[in-house]
Design a protein around this ligand. Structure first.
Ligand code: 5GP
Length: 143
């Protein structure tokens, strides 16, 4: 089956262009990381390449090395920032898999023994909580 084309007006493209606000915790020439507004746990962060692709399936493989190195950096930072026991890294491709925003992104979620993930795209978090959590991650990224 042929997949749909990349939509330049998807929500993450708008965030990358600065047209919609986000709580950014990391940015370099190729990748941005910001807080998920409907977190599945405290500190749920999205790592997003600036290059346009719907998901992993149509991405230029040359971006993966650097993308994954940023995922590791952010995973270590969220683990430290929240004193987590582990970190879940997830990535969805096309609607059948659960993907809801069609610009490649990787979910990085701190995990705690015995505490399940909240539902995917469940409840919106308060902006002040997202801001507080983002600051914790920025601090952990700097140390
Ligand atoms: P997907 O379902 O495509 O893997 O993940 C999309 C993620 O983006 C979801 O976890 C959802 O909560 C998050 N999300 C949806 N809209 C926005 C938004 O406007 N800003 C931010 N920061 N996250 C969003």
């Amino acid at each position: 089956m042929t997949e749909a084309a990349y939509d330049t007006d998807n929500i993450f493209a708008k965030i990358l262009r600065g047209e919609i606000p986000s709580q950014r915790v990391y940015e370099d020439e190729a990748v941005v990381a910001f807080m998920d507004v409907m977190p599945q746990g405290p500190g749920h962060t999205l790592v997003v390449p600036k290059a346009s692709s719907r998901n992993l399936l149509d991405a230029d493989p040359s971006i993966f090395g650097h993308l994954l190195s940023v995922v590791q950096k952010v995973a270590l930072a969220v683990k430290k920032a929240f004193g987590a026991d582990g970190v879940t890294v997830m990535q969805f491709n096309e609607p059948a898999s659960g993907q809801t925003v069609y610009h490649l992104h990787v979910h990085v979620i701190p995990r705690f023994e015995g505490i399940p993930l909240k539902p995917h795209t469940g409840q919106m978090e308060k902006p002040e909580v997202l801001a507080e959590n983002a600051e914790k991650i920025r601090t952990a990224l700097q140390s």
